[in-house]
Design a protein around this ligand. Structure first.
Ligand code: THU
Length: 142
């Protein structure tokens, strides 16, 4: 309706943030740009992009960069949702290492965030616990 106020869907907003971060990706070796956005319970969003290196194995994934940024900002839990977007048509899920890194931050606040895995046509939503069952975490060290 013309002139009607529009409420933006928080999921769409988070996906847009991940796409914005993807624009900053430094991926000259794989040419596969990834963006990630973390939603926190306090309303804040922290983004990350992949950062590659001439020493290929030093590459940092978008999700890991986002978690590191968030923790450096003092976040300790409160992670409610994550959006991840790759540069192919198909949606991507966080790699194994990123699942573990996300699990640590989420676990600090006892949340099981939903991961929006964004493709061109289809976005699939999956919980972190479904992606990383029987996870190793701080409790495993007790
Ligand atoms: N990549 C991510 O940023 N996140 C993932 O979950 C999977 C892979 C990056 C790493 C590398 O820069 C590029 O995608 C190709 O593997």
């Amino acid at each position: 309706m013309a002139g009607a106020a529009t409420m933006s869907d928080p999921k769409d907003t988070l996906i847009a943030a991940a796409r914005g971060a993807q624009d900053q990706a430094y991926a000259p070796y794989s040419n596969f740009q990834v963006g990630a956005a973390l939603q926190f319970a306090d309303g804040s969003v922290v983004t990350g992009c992949n950062v590659e290196n001439a020493s290929y194995g030093m590459t940092l994934c978008a999700e890991t960069v986002a978690v590191a940024k968030a923790m450096a900002d003092g976040k300790r839990g409160g992670l409610t949702a994550v959006a991840v977007v790759g540069s192919g048509e198909e949606m991507i899920t966080p790699c194994g290492r990123c699942r573990q890194v996300l699990y640590e931050l989420a676990g600090l606040g006892g949340t099981d965030p939903v991961i929006h895995c964004v493709g061109v046509d289809v976005t699939q939503d999956v919980t972190l616990s479904a992606l990383l069952p029987a996870a190793f975490g701080p409790e495993s060290l007790e």
